[in-house]
Design a protein around this ligand. Structure first.
Ligand code: FES
Length: 169
């Protein structure tokens, strides 16, 4: 069966996703107030939020898909394309930039063989830029999955990505 056919059999919102969203709605003043929570719920189940799921969430929250798309775009931790098993969010805002996030990004890219915006061929990592993670006093900063890494040095990458060999190493 092709990936497209398989995808067409997956509901845009599963029963468990709907249950979790409805639980959030039960505590909210109005349905669209849980927009970000609903996007996060679907992303927690699927790793990202497809167009179909976004439209289904919007219908369920009685808001327009465009309105929800705007929220998903503004909230840059919602992934609108498939991502790897672990997402690396590299802060490139001013303090991290001053503290060398460019060099760090090159080191990460070399170590994992991916550029910004790319997913590794084994689907383990996706490397994305992100605006300030709120830990500027510990710049440069990045997140790998749910873990925040502060004061990241090239040497620290060895322990953050153990077993990931630099090409030619
Ligand atoms: S500028 Fe990077 S954490 Fe604030």
């Amino acid at each position: 069966m092709s990936d497209e056919m398989t995808a067409s059999l997956i509901p845009a919102l599963s029963d468990s996703e709907l249950r979790e969203i409805d639980e959030e709605i039960s505590h909210a003043p109005y349905r669209s107030a849980v927009a970000i929570d609903a996007l996060k719920i679907v992303q927690a189940h699927r790793g990202w939020v497809s167009d179909e799921s976004l439209r289904a969430i919007a219908r369920h929250l009685q808001m327009s898909a465009d309105e929800l798309e705007g929220i998903a775009t503004f909230y840059n931790l919602i992934f609108r394309r498939p991502v790897g098993e672990q997402v690396i969010l590299l802060c490139n805002s001013i303090t991290c930039w001053i503290k060398g996030c460019d060099k760090l990004q090159r080191e990460v890219s070399e170590r994992l063989g991916i550029s910004l915006g790319e997913t590794s061929s084994d689907n383990r990592f996706t490397l994305l830029p992100v605006t300030c993670l709120g830990a500027c006093d510990k710049a440069p900063v990045m997140m790998v999955g749910d873990d925040l890494h502060e004061d990241v040095t090239p040497e620290a990458l060895l322990s953050i990505f153990p077993g990931e060999e630099e090409p030619g190493a």
